[in-house]
Design a protein around this ligand. Structure first.
Ligand code: 2PG
Ligand code: MG
Length: 420
């Protein structure tokens, strides 16, 4: 049984230059795991709490010294010398130490860093690849059996690009690719075509947003979608047959006073649903994330009905990787796909429960990075081990994103696993 010998914490910087938490877990066998946690910008209201120092004189209040101090102090004091039967024993101990419903006392960033570092140390102790260890955390005895299909950020707006257009991400889905290797090469071709188009149309060099997506001053969401389709065609692919689109509408962030402010006349929920269906009819969209706001629960079933299986109805802020919210959405037939972000809930075991609940209901799972990422690559292993259908990491121009794509390429090269 793994026993924790020591726990370390370090404040490091994420891809936006903001502090985040890295933890090191050493087991008594000497096996060691190091893991770093990401951080979102367009966060859901029901997410577990990311502990920030709040000192305006340092990193504008975003420091993580308290969270790191909690890893080195209270969490280490509670766990060092303890035998942990498995990941859920460790995670239950973390949850009990924190004692709050949303991990507000010790911080979800501190807890998740320890949860992940412990998983890595256990994989090293068992001598198995991390994706196989993640598979066993999902379900004992489970082995990884497929690779996720990457969905890759092409254009950015909303909170990731200074709000020049309300919707947050237009992503490329290389549906015609047979391998991850082919998917990445196809995406490169589309991205370069989009960069050329952006220069011609907007006179703008390939300046990028938080996740590496291109972010020219689109006049509206339709221009963003139309330019994505044009870039696919310019790269030599047939839109909707070889390369499709996924959309993160992130509509919670332009929903105020019961209206959606997409530009033009504000829309009520029925109007917004009609608008989204109009996009589905005009553009090759296979996945629609947060089409309605997280507070607009009552109208999600109508959205799902109106989409009628033509695209995935994917919940991010809406579900927050939270088992109770996912169960409620399944009962209400309010979605058919989960966007899974481990730090929304704060421990691996709870995120695995969310994943199992969604999969048992026949839902699709998109495993997602955050807009603030690190060079750590555990997310690729997690998507493989947990049977994620899609992996959403951002674009192909920044190393914190490429770390995950490169890890996925390595898993593909080292195994017989195939993209589902
Ligand atoms: C999202 C994510 C990733 P953030 O909304 O899906 O794109 O963004 O990490 O800022 O919540
Ligand atoms: Mg989202």
């Amino acid at each position: 049984m793994p026993m924790i010998h020591s726990l370390g914490g370090l404040e490091i910087l994420d891809s936006r230059g903001r502090p985040t938490v890295r933890a090191t877990c050493v087991l008594t066998s000497g096996a060691t795991g190091i893991a770093s946690v990401p951080s979102g910008a367009s966060t859901g209201k029901a997410e577990a709490l990311e502990l920030r120092d709040g000192d305006p004189a340092r990193y504008r209040g975003l420091g993580c010294r308290q969270a790191v101090g909690n890893v080195r102090g209270e969490i280490a004091a509670g766990l060092v010398g303890q035998e942990m039967a498995d990941q859920s024993a460790l995670d239950n101990a973390l949850i009990a130490l924190d004692g709050t419903p949303n991990k507000a006392r010790l911080g979800a960033n501190a807890l998740l860093a320890v949860s992940l570092a412990f998983a890595r140390a256990c994989a090293a102790e068992a001598g198995v690849p991390l994706y196989q260890h993640f598979a066993a955390i999902h379900t004992p005895g489970k082995l990884a059996d497929s690779l996720p299909r990457p969905t890759i950020n092409l254009f950015s707006g909303g909170k990731h690009a200074g709000g020049q257009v309300p919707i947050q991400d237009v992503l490329v889905v290389p549906i015609g690719a047979a391998t991850v290797d082919e998917a990445m090469a196809m995406t490169y071709a589309v991205y370069q075509a989009a960069a050329e188009l952006t220069l011609e149309k907007y006179g703008m060099r390939a300046l990028t947003a938080d996740e590496g997506g291109l972010a020219p001053p689109f006049p509206d969401a339709e221009a963003m979608l139309g330019d994505a389709v044009a870039a696919i065609a310019r790269a030599g692919y047939t839109p909707g047959q070889e390369v499709s689109l996924a959309l993160d509408v992130a509509s919670s962030h332009f929903y105020t006073d019961g209206r959606y402010h997409l530009g033009g006349e504000p829309l009520d929920s029925a109007g917004m649903i009609r608008h989204l269906v109009g996009w589905l009819e005009r553009y090759p969209i296979v996945s629609l994330e947060d089409g309605l706001a997280e507070e607009d629960w009552a109208n999600w079933p109508a959205l799902r009905k109106a989409i009628g299986g033509r695209a995935l109805v994917l919940g991010d802020d809406f579900l927050c990787t939270n088992p109770a919210r996912i169960r409620r959405a399944i009962e209400a037939d309010a979605a058919d796909a989960l966007l899974l972000k481990v730090n929304q809930i704060g421990t691996l075991s709870e995120a695995a429960e969310s994943c199992r609940i969604a999969q048992a209901a026949g839902w699709h799972v998109t495993v997602s990075a955050r807009s603030g990422e690190t060079e750590d690559d555990w997310l690729a292993d997690l998507a493989v081990g947990w049977g994620g259908d899609h992996l959403k990491v951002g674009s192909i121009t920044q190393s914190e994103r490429l770390a995950k794509y490169n890890r996925l390429l390595a898993i593909e090269a080292e195994t017989v696993l195939k993209m589902g």
